[in-house]
Design a protein around this ligand. Structure first.
Ligand code: FNR
Length: 381
């Protein structure tokens, strides 16, 4: 494929859909029940209008910012998403290469198809920013071993604890493809031994064929709480904690009480893959602005879900987000053209973000604010 001829994120998805296996497509595309949250995640950005100012010098445009104090060139990062090698052999390593090229942050999924050591091996120790996403396991010793491994990797700057999916959502496309190809349970690379040659046997494994999502969830703990899990984490890592999957202003406020251990939250409904009809991040951002705006001063607020255009990125930042994550766009980029495909995704989003900032009359990220958007249509929802 001529990647240059692909002009936007929807086209990347179209190209990848033709190239990747049916099973990979079903796993990536799928979302909970009727895909209401997945679709709304993107549609909600279209309802927010921009308010461009005229007669502003916009020769210069700087998209750089910081996450938890670490410099990055883009307010866009790659969200943790499992099993990148289902799309392309470059896998999560390929995503890391593209992120290095564009100075973007990458959060690695606990269910990555390559080990963390393989993923960061060609990345700069200083300068390239990674986070590790954790699904706490029922057998806590397994998670403790993973945390010990992360403490030894200087590229890993924080632990991202995902909380919106203690049990898997009902993803029917993924279930329908369960009998395609191998029926063996899909395993994350980190759960295999460090040499990658042997899978540690689980005490329980699914007895019949299940979709990729259900298979990966095996062993995930459903008993996490504010009171018990954060102190347990503090015992096993000194890295800052980012809580992923916050969907209400109540939980955003509670999370902010756990600063400085908790340094950021990610407003996310898991790309619509957990609880269908859960709110898009935009709604949660608006709730926080209304009921507990002090959260923005105490911790960083990141968002993900449905980001497909530079204008989506800019609108989220205007509402108070520090940055935005892309999940499927990166995976489909990989499917369209390996690491170069992911680089094309970042190139498109960067260029669109710059165009949007210039046309709004803004030079720097920290100038973006509520004065640049009209959210009336969203507030009526
Ligand atoms: C995900 N997501 C996810 N999140 C997480 O914390 N751990 C994980 O292992 C995964 N795995 C995963 C696999 C696939 C195929 C997708 C599409 C998503 C959710 C992800 O981090 C993010 O919240 C959403 O993908 C954001 O929505 P968009 O950008 O896909 O619309």
């Amino acid at each position: 494929v001529d990647l240059e001829s692909i002009l936007n994120i929807d086209e990347i998805e179209e190209v990848a859909t033709k190239q990747i296996s049916r099973k990979a497509w079903a796993y990536y595309y799928s979302a909970g029940d009727d895909l209401v949250s997945k679709k709304f995640n993107n549609e909600v950005y279209r309802k927010i209008l921009l308010r461009p100012r005229i007669f502003v010098d916009c020769v210069n445009c700087d998209t750089s910012t910081t996450f938890l104090g670490h410099k990055v060139k883009l307010p866009i990062y790659v969200s943790p998403a499992a099993m990148a090698r289902l799309a392309h052999p470059d896998g999560e390593w390929g995503i890391a290469q593209a992120c290095e090229q564009y100075g973007a942050m990458q959060v690695i999924s606990q269910n990555a198809s390559m080990t963390p050591e393989q993923i960061v091996k060609d990345s700069l120790e200083e300068g390239q920013v990674f986070g590790w996403q954790l699904y706490v396991q029922t057998e806590r010793a397994k998670s403790e071993a993973i945390l010990a491994r992360m403490n030894k990797l200087p590229q890993i700057k924080f632990i991202c604890l995902t909380l919106d999916a203690p049990v898997p959502g009902k993803r029917e496309d993924d279930e329908r493809s369960k009998n395609i190809g191998s029926n063996l349970p899909v395993r994350s690379a980190v759960q295999q031994d460090p040499s990658g040659s042997k899978t540690t046997t689980d005490s329980k494994t699914p007895e019949k064929a299940v979709g990729v999502g259900q298979s990966l969830f095996w062993g995930t703990a459903a008993d996490l709480t504010w009171k018990t899990t954060l102190p347990w984490l503090a015992k096993h890592t000194g890295l800052p904690i980012v809580l992923k999957g916050v969907q209400t202003h109540e939980d955003a406020y509670l999370a902010s009480l756990y600063a400085p251990q908790v340094k950021a939250i990610i407003l996310s409904n898991h790309g619509g893959r957990a609880l269908d009809t859960a709110p898009p991040a935009v709604h949660t951002l608006l709730e926080i602005r209304k009921y507990c705006p002090e959260v923005f001063d105490r911790i960083e607020v990141w968002v993900d879900g449905g980001i497909k255009r530079g204008t989506d990125v800019v609108k989220a930042l205007c509402l108070g987000a520090r940055g935005v994550g892309v999940g499927r766009a990166a995976l489909f980029g990989l499917g369209a053209g390996g690491k170069e495909g992911v680089a094309r995704v970042l190139e498109i989003l960067k260029a669109e973000t710059e165009t949007c900032m210039r046309l709004l009359g803004v030079e720097r990220i920290d100038q973006l604010g509520m004065q640049h958007i009209n959210t009336r249509a969203v507030e009526r929802d």
